[in-house]
Each structure stands twice: as structure tokens, then as C-alpha cells.
Design a protein around this ligand. Structure first.
Ligand code: NAP
Length: 460
């Protein structure tokens, strides 16, 4: 006996689209006798698909944004539908989804900044990287103006992952350099107000413990307006560091790139990105409610890859602080949540209740499953694992109360939800491309930012 399957995927980022692809391919596999037709609806809070690619990847990384081409091919499959501008928890709840689908997969990612509990974190001029990324990527739900501090010539970036690099690079580049990208007009105008000259990036551990990837680190020096300056203090490789370098080629490459920067004389470029090691941020100092400095405790490597504090402190005069210490997922209404790990508890993708029992028919994939680490490509194998489990649960999945495809459309219509469709996205996509073409600087795309405008164009 073969079973037809209707699945909802919440989240249209790469994790969700890869899951839809793997599922529908399994449905098309004639060798699978247990599985009949498979149809998937992807439900997304944003009016547009592609999640992190549109609203996380930096605008000057067009190569990574090219992944969209492969995702578009997946979405062209008529067995996959897109419902954008639908907020899970508000417009539709878990019980409702379970009444329409045999299974629900959450691929909602992580979109907030992890908290950093140090004094001064709430001062004016202290920001989360995720908020800044949303702003420069033109997300509809953030303020149109970024509050660049008028005298912020020196700024700190906390954390040495690729998000820290993105933030440092966007702060150090000129608005003109970014004009060739797809940034929205308000972002270009905003960036013109950025007076940053020195970006200080702080690692709390040593050079062999950074989370940068080699290509992204090398690329920092590609801008003619930026000198990358690696500071020698704390640039130490202890036994734990040598072990880390031996264990992973990419880590060795990263350390090599850092060593090259260390040996290089600055060219006198107008902007500088400084990288400092073994400086643990402990306080943001303020005057009249605004950031005036960052205090770090100098650390030393302890031989295991970790560090210990030395009890020596250093104050760095900076007028803004961006924390790029990792993302954090939203708690999803009706689902259990592991507050420490910031994920939905799961076993390989099967959602688990707090008592460890499985929540039948509910799955997770991507960052909401394993935390906010790894590159976009990693979500593919992750989705494969989740789908394998879902398909192995086929016999035990409860049949939905309203299995017909249109039941969802009717439900959303009855709630007056102004959802967008794949065809709607194609309209908005064409509109943004035409804005780019007709722009005085002949740009590839200019993003539309206001949600109501995106919805209006998509539903026209
Ligand atoms: P990440 O790679 O986990 O880096 C977070 C950084 O924050 C680490 O250096 C970490 O240091 C530091 N940190 C954490 N808590 C801290 C604290 N209390 N004080 C000081 N520093 C602290 O996270 P991410 O940069 O958000 O990146 C997330 C994922 O997206 C990564 O896999 C990344 O490669 C990927 N990504 C890729 C690109 C790209 O262009 N390819 C762009 C953006 C993001 P410790 O190691 O000491 O904890």
C-alpha cells in the first residue's frame, strides 16, 4: 500500500527548500512502493522566499546569493507551493497545520542575536549584528534608518565568526563601493552617514580558535579602501592551537591568512579593520547614555583551546559596539524549546517533548534543529537526515482531517491573510530587476523594502 503525503514546511530559507526538494524527489521515486504522491506547501513569514540568502548573506557576496538559482529550480516543481507573508503562530497555528498536513517540518532558522550579558550592553551605540544585517539587507520589519553614531570613527565588533567579518567589512566599506550591489536606496543613503574609519574586531581566544572561513578572511583585503591589520598582542599558538591546526586544514589556512596580514605593512588606505586576539569583552563604557569605550579582559591560552582571564583589563575608545557572537532561534508557539541551546529539542530531526517523548508528525531541520552554525550547503545533509526519519515514520503518521490541497487556501482566505505565492515572488523579482536596470547606475537589482509594497506588487 502506498501513502500520499501532504507536508507543510515552515520557513522558505535554504533549509526548508532543500527539505522540500528531497521530499518531492522521494515522492517521484518509482522504486518506493510505500510512497504515493508527495505535495509540499512552504509557509513563510517574509513575503519572499530564500530566507537567509535574501536577508542574511551580505550584499557584497553575490557568489553566495547565486545559490538562489538552484533553489528556484526546486521551487518550479508544481508539487511545491509557496505561501509567503504568513506568520506561524499568528496567522496559522500548529494544530491547524496538523489538521491540513500529514507532517509539519520547521525550518525557521535563527534570526535574533544571542544575548551578551555584560554591563553597558543597552547603551546607545551598542547593537546586535543580526539587527544590522537585517537593516543592510533591507528586511521589511526593521527601521529604515540605521542609527550610525555621528562621531563613531572607531567601532568594535565582538566575535570572530563570518558574521563578524560581514559586519566589519560593511562598516569599513564606502557607500559607493556597495552601490553596485542590490542594496535598497535607504541603505545606500544610510551608509553615506557612516563615518567609521577604524573597525576593531575582538577575539576572546587565539588565532587558531577563530571561526572565520579562509575565503571570507582573505576577501577582507580585496577592498582598496581597507587595510587589514592583525595585532601581534595575543597572537599566540600554544599546544592546543597546534593541535587544532593539525586537525583541520581549513583552520590552518585561516591561521596562514592571519599570519600574512600580521606580516603586512598597511598601505595607508582610509579605513582599517584591526583584529585583536585574547581580549574578552567584559563591559561597554558609556557617557550620557552613549558608548564611549569597550573594556576587555586580556586572556591567555590554557593549552586546551580555551582561555583564562589574566585579571588585566584594557579600555578601547570606540563610539559603537556591534556584537556578532552568534544567532539565536525564536521560540515557536506550541513547540518545546531548549532555551540554553536555542533549538527545538529533537532526535535527528524528530521533535521531542521536554520529557523526551516524540511529538508525532512534527520535525525540524536547519539551524532550529542544530543551532546557528555551519554554511548554507550543510543544511542539505541535515534535511536529508530529517526526511529519512519522516519517511521511516510513514506508517505511524496520523492522516490529516482536511487533506485537500485547497483547504489551506480557504483557511488563509477566511482569515483575510494576504499571502504571497511563487508567481507573486516572480512578479516582485522582475520588478526589483527592472528597478536595477533603470537605475542611474545600472544595477542588477534594487530591493523593495516596505512589506506592504512587497505584498502589493506580489499580489498585483
Ligand atoms: P560563529 O561562527 O559561531 O562565531 C561566533 C563568534 O562569537 C565566535 O568567535 C565566538 O567565540 C564569539 N563569541 C561567542 N560568545 C562570545 C562572548 N560572550 N564574548 C566574545 N565572543 C563571543 O557565528 P556567526 O559568525 O554568527 O556565524 C554563524 C554561521 O553562519 C557560521 O557557520 C558562519 O560560517 C556562517 N556564515 C557564513 C558566511 C559566509 O560568508 N560564508 C557569512 C555569515 C555567516 P568563541 O569561539 O570563543 O565562542
Amino acid at each position: 500500500m502506498s501513502r500520499n503525503l501532504r507536508v507543510a514546511i515552515v520557513g522558505a530559507g535554504p533549509a526548508g527548500v532543500y527539505a522540500a526538494d528531497i521530499l518531492t524527489k522521494a515522492g517521484a521515486d518509482e522504486a518506493r512502493e510505500d510512497l504515493g504522491s508527495v505535495s509540499v506547501d512552504i509557509i513563510e513569514r517574509d513575503p519572499t522566499p530564500f530566507g537567509l540568502i535574501r536577508y542574511g548573506v551580505a550584499p557584497d557576496h553575490p557568489r553566495i546569493k547565486e545559490i538562489v538559482k538552484a533553489l528556484k529550480r526546486v521551487m518550479a516543481n508544481p508539487d511545491i507551493r509557496f505561501f509567503g507573508n504568513v506568520s506561524f503562530g499568528d496567522d496559522v497555528k500548529l494544530d491547524e497545520l496538523r489538521s491540513f498536513y500529514d507532517a509539519v517540518i520547521f525550518a525557521t532558522g535563527a534570526r535574533r542575536d544571542r544575548d551578551l550579558d555584560i554591563p553597558g550592553i543597552d547603551l546607545d551605540g551598542s547593537y546586535g549584528a543580526a539587527d544590522f544585517v537585517y537593516w543592510y539587507d533591507g528586511h521589511p520589519d526593521v527601521e529604515r534608518d540605521w542609527d550610525f553614531q555621528p562621531h563613531a570613527e572607531s567601532v568594535a565588533v565582538l566575535g570572530v565568526g563570518n558574521v563578524g567579518l560581514d559586519v566589519a567589512r560593511i562598516l569599513a566599506k564606502t557607500a559607493e563601493e556597495l552601490l553596485v550591489t542590490e542594496i535598497a536606496d535607504n541603505v545606500y543613503e544610510g551608509l553615506k552617514k557612516n563615518v567609521t574609519k577604524d573597525v576593531h574586531v575582538f577575539a576572546r581566544r587565539g588565532p587558531a580558535q577563530v571561526k572565520f572561513t579562509p575565503m571570507e578572511l582573505r576577501e577582507l583585503s580585496h577592498s582598496p579602501t581597507i587595510d587589514v591589520i592583525v595585532h601581534p598582542e595575543g597572537f599566540e599558538l600554544d599546544e592546543g592551537s597546534l593541535e587544532a591546526i593539525r586537525a583541520a586544514k581549513s583552520q590552518k589556512l585561516v591561521v596562514d591568512v592571519l599570519q600574512n596580514y600580521l606580516a603586512k605593512e598597511p598601505t595607508g588606505a582610509p579605513h582599517r579593520i584591526h583584529i585583536h586576539f585574547c581580549q574578552n569583552p567584559v563591559e561597554i563604557l558609556g557617557e550620557d547614555g552613549r558608548v564611549v569605550a569597550l573594556r576587555t579582559e586580556i586572556t591567555e591560552l590554557d593549552g586546551t583551546g580555551n582561555v583564562r582571564g589574566t585579571g588585566e583589563f584594557k579600555d578601547w575608545p570606540v563610539q559603537a559596539v556591534y556584537r556578532a557572537i552568534g544567532y539565536y532561534s525564536d521560540n515557536l508557539p506550541g513547540l518545546p524549546f531548549d532555551v540554553n541551546a536555542g533549538v527545538v529539542p529533537n532526535d535527528g530531526g524528530r521533535v521531542l517533548e521536554i520529557d523526551g517523548s516524540a511529538l508525532p508528525g512534527v520535525y525540524v531541520t536547519g539551524w532550529i534543529k542544530r543551532g546557528p552554525v555551519g554554511l548554507i550547503g550543510h543544511t542539505k545533509s541535515d534535511a536529508a537526515q530529517t526526511i529519512d526519519l519522516l519517511l521511516s515514520d510513514l506508517d505511524s503518521l496520523q492522516a490529516p482531517e482536511h487533506p485537500d490541497r485547497e483547504a489551506v487556501d480557504r483557511y488563509l482566505d477566511s482569515r483575510a491573510v494576504e499571502y504571497t505565492t511563487w508567481e507573486g515572488w516572480e512578479q516582485l523579482d522582475a520588478h526589483e530587476l527592472s528597478l536595477g536596470e533603470s537605475h542611474e547606475h545600472q544595477r542588477e537589482r534594487v530591493k523593495v523594502v516596505p512589506r506592504d509594497e512587497m505584498v502589493r506588487i506580489s499580489r498585483a
